[in-house]
Design a protein around this ligand. Structure first.
Ligand code: PGA
Length: 247
């Protein structure tokens, strides 16, 4: 069965005391146990926050796909596993854009996370010029083919996909529910064609890109939208709560 998920990507925001305050508020919120809530704080805060909560999972925004070694400044997937991290983001458009993470490198990251029993939230999504050329479906399916579709069906079940059109991230311009549903249905169809119906029916596909309390209900009501990956609005406890209760 597909899970309902609301994930908060804090990006490079918040000081430690603000992070603690936000998590304290989130932990005290009452949200249906059917909804999995995950937040992705900066690395520095992960180990402290991990111990604070059972109704809120703490994930990592990034990692380097090697276990140990001479990679100055990096944090490895096995170090995250050792801390008890259960979720990682892979393929966020900011990592693709600012840190040149290619589909091939992302494939390596996916493999390394799954080999360490860490669930992957894999982000995909097209830039505006690709949408304007009406090539967005091809573009996104190519991202999945190059980084995900080498996985076995069993492995893919430990992946959640987040469709995040780049033109909607941090811009206040959300995809319409129709645009989101079309792409989510296209992604699910490609999973069914590559694997089978059962796999397609079991993978959660989240929408991300200026999702907020006023548009979450409409987006989450789409048959193929199983929740959201939330940036800006995840930094406010009330907004994250409103989104988490929008199913
Ligand atoms: P946004 O970010 O909600 O601020 O648009 C979404 C994301 O980058 O995951």
């Amino acid at each position: 069965m597909r899970k309902k998920i609301v994930a908060g990507n804090w990006k490079m925001n918040l000081l430690q005391h603000e992070a603690n305050e936000l998590v304290n508020k989130l932990v005290s919120q009452e949200v249906s146990s059917e909804v999995i809530r995950i937040v992705f704080p900066p690395y520095l805060y992960i180990s402290e926050l991990l111990n604070s909560t059972s109704n809120l999972a703490i994930g990592a925004q990034n990692f380097y796909p090697k276990d140990f070694g001479a990679y100055t400044g990096e944090v490895s997937i096995s170090q995250l596993k050792d801390l008890g991290v259960k979720y990682v983001l892979v393929g966020h458009s900011e990592r693709r854009m600012y840190f040149n993470e290619s589909n091939t490198f992302l494939k390596e990251k996916v493999d390394s996370a799954l080999a360490n029993d860490i669930h992957v939230i894999f982000c995909c999504g097209e830039p505006l010029e690709i949408r304007d050329q009406n090539k967005h479906e091809l573009f996104v399916i190519n991202q999945l083919e190059e980084s995900l579709f080498h996985l076995s069906a069993e492995q893919l079940k430990n992946v959640t996909i987040a469709y995040e059109p780049i033109w909607a991230i941090g811009t206040g311009r959300t995809a319409s529910s129709q645009q989101a549903e079309e792409m989510h249905a296209c992604i699910r169809k490609s999973i069914i064609e590559t694997y089978n119906q059962e796999v397609g029916d079991s993978i959660s596909i989240l929408y991300g890109g200026s999702c907020n309390p006023s548009n979450a209900k409409e987006l989450f009501a789409c048959p193929n939208v199983d929740g959201g990956l939330i940036g800006g609005a995840s930094l406010k406890a009330e907004d994250f709560y409103a989104i988490s209760t929008s199913f």
